[in-house]
Design a protein around this ligand. Structure first.
Ligand SMILES: [Zn+2]
Length: 327
């Protein structure tokens, strides 16, 4: 009766592979054929037109307001989820980035003409070195999410022990330290992939070497692009890429439009009565929340314009374009 015994021994091991909710990645044995991994070429994966329902219904389905909020699958946002066939995984994690960012008709009625076609909402994480690089691409006319780019970033000038402590402290509390370790890549590689993404969306051309084309980064404060990216470029021994030469500090636009001073994302959300979704200081969630602030401001009729620009001859000098601004 060797067969049933063997089954008894192996079966209890199986559920343990699935029991830990935050481990959607299975260890891949080199002896087994690899699971269907979304290729890097397909990482620009989600467009507003890509929905679960097929064929597209003529009348949009009623908004599922009763459906509970789910955390994003952070393997999916990086084009690396291998469990999209698993109903339990799909039930637990959100794989639709437009969720939480849906635009209603009444919102888009008030929208003003914009000088830009796309906003790239960016909210970096990491104090010593950058740990996360999330970007949401928002259409300036419809306010919809067109696409996103998300990578966890592995520091290059830190010991393994230090990295482990840093990640435990920063991401452990959100339960995403495992996905960070599984996916993080050096900043240099992140920017290389980001440039492919920009080119795919015709937002930038390497040969032109200039600013973004009809698009601009939107950040909450000046820290991300004035301070952190140049610092990280030095650490990673790279030249500051040309697409980082100008940006929109949403807090400056907020001050000039509402005539109210907001110190941060939480203040803006509170004042505009936008509930916080996800985990504050998880970069992808923060970017989504900043994008919701941006959508709200667009719906209120704000014109979202460049607020800071580096001098092309001396990039260390930043010129601030609004008279009234948050200091
Ligand atoms: Zn997933």
């Amino acid at each position: 009766m060797a067969f049933p015994r063997a089954r008894l021994i192996t079966l209890p091991l199986l559920p343990s592979l699935f029991s830990t909710t935050l481990k959607p990645f299975l260890p891949i044995s080199p002896l087994l054929p690899p699971p269907p991994v979304r290729s890097l070429a397909a990482f620009a994966s989600l467009s507003a037109s890509e929905t679960q329902d097929s064929p597209a219904p003529r009348v949009p389905p009623p908004r599922k307001t009763a459906e509970r909020w789910k955390p994003m699958c952070l393997y999916y946002t990086q084009g690396k989820c291998t469990m999209m066939e698993d109903p339990m995984h799909m039930e637990k994690f959100n794989h639709n980035c437009s969720r939480d960012l849906e635009v209603t008709n009444s919102m888009s009625n008030g929208i003003h003409f914009q000088n830009l076609d796309f906003f790239l909402v960016l909210d970096l994480e990491g104090k010593v070195e950058i740990l996360e690089f999330p970007v949401l691409m928002i259409d300036a006319k419809t306010m919809n999410v067109v696409d996103f780019f998300h990578r966890f970033v592995r520091p290059t000038e830190m010991s393994e022990t230090r990295i482990n402590e840093y990640i435990e402290g920063k991401y452990g509390k959100f339960g995403v330290d495992r996905v960070w370790h599984d996916t993080a890549i050096p900043f240099k590689d992140v920017l290389q992939q980001f440039e492919v993404w920009l080119i795919q969306h015709q937002l930038w051309g390497e040969e032109l070497g200039g600013c973004l084309n009809r698009a601009a980064f939107v950040t909450c404060g000046n820290w991300d692009l004035k301070t952190k990216v140049p610092q990280q470029c030095k650490v990673s021994r790279m030249k500051l890429p040309s697409y980082f030469m100008e940006w929109i500090n949403i807090k400056d636009v907020y001050l000039n439009f509402y005539k109210r001073r907001a110190t941060g994302m939480m203040t803006m959300m509170k004042e505009l009565q936008i509930p916080l979704l996800g985990s504050h200081h998880l970069g992808f969630d923060d970017s989504k929340n900043i994008a919701r602030v941006l959508q709200h401001m667009l719906a209120d009729g704000a014109v979202i314009q460049i607020s800071a620009r580096r001098n092309p001859d001396s990039p260390e000098n930043v010129e601030f374009l609004f008279k009234n601004r948050i200091r």
